[in-house]
Structures are given as structure tokens and as C-alpha cells.
Design a protein around this ligand. Sequence first.
Ligand code: HEM
Ligand code: HEM
Length: 190
Amino acid sequence: MALKSDATSWGSVAKFFHWAIVLLILTQAVIGLVMVELPKRPSSIPVYSFHKSLGITILALAVLRLVWRLFDTRPRDVPGMPHWQALGARFGHALLYALIFAVPLSGWLFDSASSLRPLYWFNLFPMPNLTGGKNEAVKEWAEGAHELLFWVLILVAAGHAAAALVHHFHNRDETLARMLPWRSRARGLS
Ligand code: HEM
Ligand code: HEM
């Protein structure tokens, strides 16, 4: 399987980043929503630490993905796609890229401004404090932004997934098939 994308199919690196980030965001969403319902006790701290470390991992993957995307080709739109649809997809993708940065960054900003405990990535490496210490105004703003941006991400991703399914089952084109991890380039061309 080729690493790079070409005119008709996504390469394995682009597919890896896409599906790894989807799976981690779904896992992270469940942890986040359950975590905020837990009683505020010391026993909840490891769950928060895990959420923060996994979130930083998603942010790192998003950075690597964007860097890879700058050097990778983007497959052409499938034949017969109306211009407005191609534009809509491009706008949706740009928004999704922005959100996979904005959601973890707002969480990190909230954690920094709260300054409850130093932040460690999986108890291994210290992470910088983005606000240089406690900051009540940023804390309140970032907490609201983290929750709101998360729901915007879920909404845009749901629309994006629905569009992929319409392409597959209604238009019966290659849009979804060529992003699936188990589809090889040879079949993608058929
Ligand atoms: C893509 C990555 C992330 C996703 C999808 C995500 C998702 C969520 C969700 C769904 C909640 C619950 C919101 C609510 O109902 O109040 C939450 C809360 C929280 N997240 Fe994240 N998060 C991510 C990254 C991060 C990062 C990187 C950090 C910190 C380094 C972080 C820190 C927090 C904290 C501290 C809370 C609790 C907020 C509160 O007490 O109100 N998150 N997150
Ligand atoms: C958190 C969830 C998701 C995020 C953040 C996300 C993000 C993205 C982004 C940013 C792109 C553009 C790639 C690029 O141009 O470099 C993309 C493409 C794509 N995604 Fe997703 N995605 C998510 C979920 C899904 C799901 C659930 C499906 C399938 C049901 C899906 C199917 C696709 C397909 C088929 C493409 C290629 C579109 C094309 O060739 O024009 N995505 N996704």
C-alpha cells in the first residue's frame, strides 16, 4: 500500500491519521462526558489526567497530520460532483482541521489557567503552562469554549459522516471507499 496519496486514492498515512484521530476523538468524548459527572474526589484525578494526556496526543497527531497534508497530494473529487458540493466539502474539511486543533487547545488552556496541578503527558513529560499560572478570566472563557467547540466538532463531523454515507449508498461513488483502511490502491482504481 502506497504511503502517499495520488490523483485517485488516499495514501496509507493520510488514512492512518484520519481514522486514528476519529477513534481517539470518540474515545475522548466518552471519557470527557463521563468524567465531568464524577464526584469531585481525589479518586477522579487519574481520569482527568488520562483525558488531558489523550487530548495532547490528539493535538500532536493533528499537527503531524497537517504537516503531512502540506506535502501530500489530495485525490481529485469523484467525477460528476457538482461545484457547490465540492466547495461545501472543502469548507467542511477546513473546519474539521481547525476543530481538531481548537478543541484540545481550549482544554489545555483551561487546564493551564486553572493551574491545579502541573500537567504531565502520561506521567512522563511535563507540558508547558500556556497562561504562565492561574488566570480566572481565561479559565472561565476556556472552559465554555472547550465544551462548545466539542459540540460544534460533533455536529460538523456528523454532517461530514452523513455526506460520506450519501456518497456511498446513494450516489454509489468512490468517495468513502477510497478512504477506507482496508481498500488497497489497486481496488481503488477499479
Ligand atoms: C480532541 C480532544 C478533546 C476532546 C474531544 C475533549 C472532550 C471533552 C468533553 C466532551 C468534555 C466534557 C465537557 C462538559 O460536558 O462539560 C471535556 C472536559 C474537559 N476537558 Fe477535554 N477534550 C479534549 C482535549 C482536552 C485536553 C488536551 C485537555 C487538557 C490538557 C482537556 C481538559 C479537559 C478538562 C479539564 C475538562 C473538564 C472541564 C470542566 O470541569 O468543566 N481536554 N473534554
Ligand atoms: C471526528 C470525526 C472526523 C473528523 C475530525 C474527520 C476529518 C476529516 C478531514 C479533515 C478530512 C479532509 C482530509 C483532507 O483533505 O486532508 C476528511 C476526509 C474524509 N472523511 Fe472524515 N472525519 C471524521 C469522521 C469521518 C467519518 C465517521 C467518516 C465516514 C463515515 C469520514 C469519511 C471521510 C471521507 C470519505 C473523507 C474523504 C473525502 C474526500 O475524498 O473528499 N470521516 N475527514
